[in-house]
Design a protein around this ligand. Sequence first.
Ligand code: NAD
Ligand code: ZN
Length: 332
Amino acid sequence: MCSAEIVSDKETVAVLGGDNVYVVTDTNVKRLYPFVFGGVRHFAIKAGEASKNLDTVGEIIMDMVDKGCNRKTTVIAVGGGVVGDAAGFAASCFMRGVDWINVPTTLLSMVDSSIGGKTGVDVKGYKNIAGSFHLPKRVLVCMDWLDTLDDREWLCGCGEMIKHALLSADIYEDTRDNLQDLIDGDPEVTERLIEKSIRYKESVVNADFKESGLRKRLNVGHTVGHAVEKLDGFALSHGEYVALGIIAEMTMLKERVPEKFYNEAIKMAKSVCNHSFPRISAKEIAAVARADKKNTDERIVIMLPTGGGEVEEIPLSPEEFTERLEKCLSNL
Ligand SMILES: NC(=O)c1ccc[n+]([C@@H]2O[C@H](COP(=O)([O-])OP(=O)(O)OC[C@H]3O[C@@H](n4cnc5c(N)ncnc54)[C@H](O)[C@@H]3O)[C@@H](O)[C@H]2O)c1
Ligand SMILES: [Zn+2]
């Protein structure tokens, strides 16, 4: 079961100073928080998605061997989703699997990547193609890390939080009504909405750990979002592409969504990403979306939130997907 704990900085530091722990972080987090790693057995991978690869996992495992780690060692990932995914994967391979603890330090990793036990790395440009399910023993969320996050990474997390809000009747209104305060980083609103977002993701993954049903709903905004992210060369943050994906996907299937919910969802997504849609053709987006590992047959699946926590799974032929997206892009 996933159940993240909201903790203080003192509790976090105490866990990092525990017996037989091995900490993985990245170069940015180490530069910003050098005092956290003093006297702690650790390894800092180069910050950024480019490090999320098998070489990095190999380096972590070799360093664990050099530093005398054993079956009883607990790996602690201190960083964003890149560190969590790579360190969690290394923990699942080292001596056929050792315990690990995830300490997410970005907004995205707190509300999304640290929850659910998916670990893995990219291979030859294919995201998360080598990986495993390996649940962390604990997920420790300390809000203090967020003080040093830049605007891009903040909006990135906000994009995924909007996605959760569109999926859950319980958090929808609070997020809709307080979105600007979240974007501005108001501490009270931020803490409350982060915790709600975490609990929502936990409820989904606890009900469907291996993504055979319910968990698929978390792909809202990601069919178009992921494809555009790749074709646009990752110019914006992932969460901003998710926001653009939400706008495009809901507009493509607008006739299925109640008008009020549609208008509110578009407004929310636009507050996170007011960039215009990149100039990429519907045909190119369809080709990349078609190749996504989540599609099992010829069709491209869109997960469409329709309000009140309901989501429809809509498979479209590549032709219908392209036609609908083309129409929608001319109006965006
Ligand atoms: N495992 C999952 O279920 C899951 C779910 C969603 C996303 N992901 C993965 O998560 C990754 C994205 O995660 P991310 O957005 O956290 O990216 P990231 O780990 O690259 O972090 C973003 C940037 O923020 C920096 N950073 C981290 N903590 C900071 C802090 N406290 N202050 C200032 N800077 C800080 C990092 O060094 C990096 O430059 C992707 O690889 C994605 O595939 C995994
Ligand atoms: Zn995402």
